[in-house]
Design a protein. Structure first.
Length: 88
C-alpha cells in the first residue's frame, strides 16, 4: 500500500471514529433528557431531585464538550482529505 493509500485509509478510519463518537454523544444526550423527564415526574421538588438535576447538568455539559470536540476534529480533517485527494 502506498503512503497516500495509507493516509487515505487512516483518514477514513479517523473520520469513522469521529462519526461514532458523535453518534454516541447524541445517544447519551437523549438518555439524559429521558431520565430527567422521568425523574422530574417522580421526584419533583425533593432534595434528591435537585442533586440528580445537578448531576444531569454536569453530564449534559460533558456531552456537549464531546460533541464540540468531534465537530472541531471533523473540521480539521476536511483539509487533510483535500490534500490526500490532490496527491493521488
Amino acid at each position: 500500500m502506498t503512503d497516500t493509500g495509507k493516509e487515505k485509509c487512516a483518514h477514513t478510519s479517523l473520520r469513522n471514529e469521529v462519526g461514532q463518537l458523535s453518534l454516541s454523544s447524541n445517544h447519551l444526550k437523549n438518555l439524559v433528557y429521558s431520565m430527567s423527564v422521568v425523574l422530574s415526574e417522580r421526584m419533583e421538588h425533593t432534595q434528591e431531585y435537585e442533586a440528580l438535576l445537578t448531576l444531569f447538568d454536569t453530564v449534559r455539559n460533558h456531552i456537549e464538550d464531546v460533541q464540540g470536540s468531534s465537530e472541531k476534529i471533523s473540521e480539521l480533517l476536511d483539509p487533510c482529505a483535500l490534500e490526500i485527494s490532490k496527491d493521488e
